[in-house]
Design a protein around this ligand. Structure first.
Ligand code: SAM
Length: 248
């Protein structure tokens, strides 16, 4: 029987390609990729020529039978996404669940992942953290989502795009207070890699003052709620959030 290899790829810096990743991509029969054009660029960079087929959130379920058949015929497949680790805010979850349920072999080939890369250098508590992926696009839903995190005491990690980074930070200020400690990691492993560290109001101000700081890809990491007086501080934050609605 074949194996599905879940292969992490670089999040910007091609120097992060590992020997094992090369080996696996050179060995499999096919590559299932979120975007086949990007996959071919990566494969050509490592001198590998392999048939690629697309696997993204809209066709993942349809491709399942094909992949099961390939694996049953003894062909191995590598799953890659546009960047980083598949399944982490990327396609692959229904596929891996289904293959495991069918008793087929799934093997991870570890490598870059933006949230872990960001957390490893942020200086925020890393013993307990919660990954929330992308926040809702609409402000109402985003505020509701954030309010549900008020009691969270572990570091809270989000992915964010350049289009919404300012709006999300502004909503975080409204919900968690302007003095909550935040670290944002931008363009990790790339030329303009930047960590901004400070209170929510300070980091938002930096983005307001310098449009270049709003470009690229972001990981936003919020310090969790303080444990001492946690109940009181959560209650007062909730009260403050309610009062803000009545301000002119
Ligand atoms: N699977 C990927 C991983 O393992 O990190 C994440 C894919 S998700 C669709 C893309 C988001 O990840 C971006 O919007 C950004 O929030 C984050 N991201 C990816 N690469 C990044 C980088 N080089 N620097 C900062 N954030 C990055």
């Amino acid at each position: 029987q074949g194996v599905l290899y879940v292969v992490a790829t670089p999040i910007g810096n091609l120097g992060d390609i590992s020997d094992r990743m090369r080996e696996i991509l050179a060995m499999v029969s096919r590559v299932a990729a979120e975007d086949t054009r990007r996959a071919r660029q990566l494969l050509s960079h490592i001198g590998v020529n392999k048939p690629c087929f697309s696997l993204h959130e809209h066709n993942e379920r349809q491709k399942l039978d094909y992949i099961v058949q390939q694996l049953s015929e003894g062909e191995s497949i590598a799953l890659i996404s546009d960047a980083g680790t598949p399944l982490i805010s990327d396609p692959g979850y229904p596929l891996v669940t289904e293959l495991r349920a069918k008793g087929l072999k799934v093997v991870p080939i570890p490598g870059p992942c933006a949230l872990i890369t960001a957390l490893s250098a942020a200086g925020l508590p890393s013993d307990r953290f919660i990954f929330e992926g992308f926040l809702p696009a609409k402000q109402g839903a985003r505020l509701t989502y954030l309010k549900n995190l008020l009691k969270e005491s572990g570091t809270i990690i989000f992915y964010e795009s350049s289009h919404r980074i300012k709006a999300s930070l502004s909503d975080m200020q409204q919900v968690f207070g302007s003095d909550r400690h935040v670290v944002i990691a931008r363009e990790l492993t790339k030329t303009f890699e930047t960590f901004l560290d400070g209170e929510l109001s300070e980091v938002s101000q930096i983005l307001d003052d310098d449009p270049n700081q709003c470009r690229g890809e972001f990981v936003v990491m919020l310090r969790g709620a303080a444990k001492a007086n946690e109940a009181l501080s959560v209650e007062s934050q909730e009260l403050a959030t309610k009062l803000i609605e009545y301000l002119p």
